[in-house]
Design a protein around this ligand. Structure first.
Ligand code: PLP
Length: 367
């Protein structure tokens, strides 16, 4: 099976992990761990942010950012429903209420006009997601946020290497959250990062990441254990140095797949970002005019042929049992996308021959 995504680890990562183990310095709690510091510095430079704070997952990055933004009981946070559950789940963990809005049919990203319409006196923040690696249209969202005094927390978990308006994703948001889960464009196994240009958030985030302790064992602000272990950061340093190469291969594979599928009428291929760059985390196509049953059959047939076609996200968050109480929601574009899209493998280990095989097999199935 050609998997939909796969971590690419080499001797460099293995040696880096072994050297941390030999050093005996496994945690960054005392700030003496050098791997976390090095990783933060390198990632901060990569995304051209003023600050970067490593944490132990993308979910932790979102949760901690919401806490840092002061989201709590009674606050509403505007989120898309067509995303991984962590985007909304962390709003609940912070004590807030997720308010789901619809997406644009071509990009699958949150609709800036829908964001504006959903604002109430209780809205505290908005969380655009760079879904599948395509940058969310953050400029109009930032403008609306400015007018209504809202905090923009960008879920950039899938956007390593993506650019908006010629700048790395995340740079326009107040806080941007990244994931290094095993399937991502670069990985630490599990892990995450928060980037920000705000001195104010940067003042508290390092303490909040570690129980809000400004002095050892004395908590002065809310926090928890969100720390990234040294071993993960050691893997992250090696992966980050390989990321430009990974991105190039993903981009070449995506380009080739588009050339080979361009004339297949039934498929809506991924949109090219205007003035930006896709991170090509996922190559997601829409089976135009289909229903869930037909889409699922095509995915099943592709999998029988050894192609790890996968559906992200079958059940939009507002339709999940835990989230029924925040509805009913009128999100027709989200629900249609959830029934019609599927993703094809383009990760760096997919060869040009495999890309041709994926394209030929998809065409044949649809003919
Ligand atoms: C859009 C999105 N948000 C949040 C997350 C959560 O990241 P993690 O799995 O590292 O907690 C992920 C990744 O799985 C994601 O894809």
């Amino acid at each position: 099976m050609i998997p939909i995504n796969k971590p690419l680890l080499g001797e460099e990562e293995i040696n880096a992990v072994v050297s941390v183990m030999r050093s005996g310095m496994l945690t960054s709690r005392t700030e003496s761990g050098s791997m976390v510091g090095k990783f933060q510095d390198a990632f901060q430079r990569f995304v051209q942010a003023k600050y970067a704070f490593a944490v132990n997952s993308g979910t932790a990055a979102l949760h901690l950012s919401l806490l840092a933004a002061g989201v709590g009981q009674g606050d509403e946070v505007i989120v898309p429903s067509f995303t991984f559950v962590a985007t909304a789940e962390t709003v609940l963990l912070a004590g807030g209420k997720p308010v789901f809005v619809d997406i644009k049919p071509d990009t699958y990203n949150i609709d800036p006009e829908a964001v504006e319409k959903a604002i109430t006196g209780k809205t505290k923040a908005v969380m655009p997601v760079d879904l599948f690696g395509l940058p969310a249209d953050i400029k109009p969202i930032k403008q609306t946020a400015k007018e209504h005094d809202l905090i923009v927390i960008e879920d950039a978990a899938q956007a390593h290497g993506a650019e908006y308006d010629g700048k790395p994703c995340g740079s326009l948001a107040h806080l941007a959250c990244w994931s290094f889960y095993a399937s991502k464009n670069m990985t630490t196994g599990e892990g995450g990062m928060i980037t920000t240009n705000s001195d104010e958030y940067a003042k508290n985030l390092p303490y909040m990441r570690s129980h809000g302790e400004k002095e050892e064992y004395v908590s002065s602000i809310i926090g928890g254990n969100f720390r990234m272990p040294e071993i993960e950061a050691a893997i992250g340093n090696e992966q980050l140095s390989k990321l430009p190469g990974f991105l190039k291969l993903r981009c070449n594979n995506a380009k080739r797949l588009t050339e080979l599928l361009e004339d297949v009428e039934q498929l809506q291929l991924p949109t090219k970002p205007r003035g930006g760059k896709h991170s090509w985390y996922l190559y997601t196509v829409r089976l135009k005019g289909s229903n869930k049953g037909r889409r699922d059959t095509v995915v099943e047939e592709l999998r029988k042929l050894g192609i790890g076609a996968t559906v992200y996200y079958q059940v939009p968050i507002h339709l999940m049992p835990l989230y029924h109480k925040f509805g009913p929601c009128n999100l027709p574009i989200t629900e249609r996308a959830a029934d019609q899209v599927f993703s094809l493998p383009i990760h760096p280990a997919v060869t040009p021959e495999q890309i041709s095989y994926i394209a030929t097999s998809t065409r044949k199935l649809l003919e």
